[in-house]
Write a protein that binds this ligand. Structure first.
Ligand SMILES: [Zn+2]
Ligand SMILES: [Zn+2]
Length: 373
């Protein structure tokens, strides 16, 4: 055993004994007292940092206090979803990593709905307790609550077998890529999966939503000769709020060209969820920000499958580091980060018939402008 492993093992023992573990009950209270908002306060920063510090401990995703925290967070989101709807605008909920739910006055849709880390190590980690994932009750509640699920691509951190099966069996709409549908072809419910053609001028109607689709890739190499098909979705609610997710599209050239054409056709983007990163190609985050001034709800954070066993640190980055890293790119829009189970209400800030002024499109629940100009 090398020194780092020895220390990590010692830490795990300490954590198991509760000796130095930050009390996650206190962390949870801190998060609840400082909910996400356009203005990133010192108190909010401290609350997120406290959660980050616990998660940074090696193998935290296998620890019972972290799993209990995650379950508590998921329960909170489901409780809010079941008990209230926004009168107008949308309410965004963050679940695990890239998994989000959007509630409107009319419907509930999800993007990249997922349970937790799909990793044998994580799943098998809880020999004597709960696993980091959703319980069958959570999945049943999701299958009741969610009307439409959009999945950007087939990677395990962006779609989940059990949730997809439950949604299909409950008659809900599940939108996937063609290759993702093909991978599920042996399942009795695979025929219910919906594949949408790419759009430019005329969007699809899916339930009460209007949906534009770009067919792109998560490239495996710099040459862009192999990759996984990955869709971007621009989803517009009946109230006129538009949510974009690019999933793991990791070169921004096609995406930016497509968004330029959509903008010329009168579309806009109010909220972007998921990863703002482009890691095998051209980074167009700054250009997208300048084009639409959206709220960026930074996702793909704390994806534990990107962290090796026994290693400390932030997997795909901590909440606080992700916020810090994107701030120089996001100048016109508003970067925010939601931790597990948190939500934020975004309201339209536009008079009917008024020309779109993207510098002031979205308001927070409290009526403060989310977007600085
Ligand atoms: Zn991913
Ligand atoms: Zn991926």
């Amino acid at each position: 055993m090398n020194v780092a492993r020895y220390i990590a093992a010692g830490m795990t023992l300490w954590l198991a004994a509760g000796a130095i573990a930050p009390d996650l009950d206190a962390v949870w209270q801190g998060i609840l007292a400082n909910p996400p908002a356009r203005e990133h306060t010192e108190a909010r920063q401290e609350a997120l940092k406290a959660l980050d510090e616990r998660l940074m401990q090696p193998d935290s995703e296998r620890a019972q206090d972290v799993i209990a925290y995650y379950h508590r967070a998921v329960n909170r989101a489901l409780d809010v979803l079941e008990s209230e709807r926004p009168a107008k605008g949308i309410r965004l909920f963050q679940l695990y990593s890239s998994s989000v739910i959007v509630q409107t006055p009319e419907t509930v849709f999800a993007i990249d709905l997922d349970q937790g880390p799909h990793d044998n190590r994580s799943r098998a980690g809880a020999e004597d307790g709960a696993e980091f994932g959703l319980t069958p009750e959570h999945i049943a509640r999701l299958a009741r609550l969610v009307d439409i699920a959009f999945h950007t691509h087939e990677h395990d951190d962006h779609i989940d077998y059990e949730i997809t099966k439950a949604l299909c069996e409950n008659g809900k709409i599940v939108v996937v890529t063609a290759s993702n549908k093909e991978r599920c072809q042996d399942e009795p419910w695979a025929g219910k999966l919906v594949v949408l053609e790419q759009t430019l001028a005329q969007p699809h109607t899916v339930g009460v939503l209007t949906v534009d689709v770009l067919h792109d890739y998560q490239w495996d190499n710099e040459e862009h000769t192999s990759g996984t098909p990955c869709n971007a979705y621009l989803i517009t609610t009946p109230g006129g709020i538009s949510v974009l997710s690019k999933g793991d599209i990791n070169c921004g050239l096609r995406l930016y060209g497509w968004l330029q054409i959509l903008a010329a056709n009168g579309r806009h983007v109010d909220l972007i969820t998921g990863s703002p990163g482009f890691w095998r190609g051209v980074n167009t985050a700054r250009e997208i920000d300048a084009l639409f001034s959206p709220v960026w709800a930074i996702g793909h954070v704390w994806e534990f499958t990107h962290r090796a066993a026994g290693k400390p640190g932030g997997a795909t980055g901590t909440y606080t580091a992700n916020l810090l890293m994107t701030r120089h790119l996001i100048q016109k829009g508003a970067p925010i980060v939601l931790s597990w189970g948190e939500d934020i209400v975004l309201e339209p800030d536009r008079q009917p018939g008024q020309a779109a002024d993207r510098s002031k499109r979205i308001r927070t629940q409290t009526g403060r402008r989310l977007i600085r100009n």
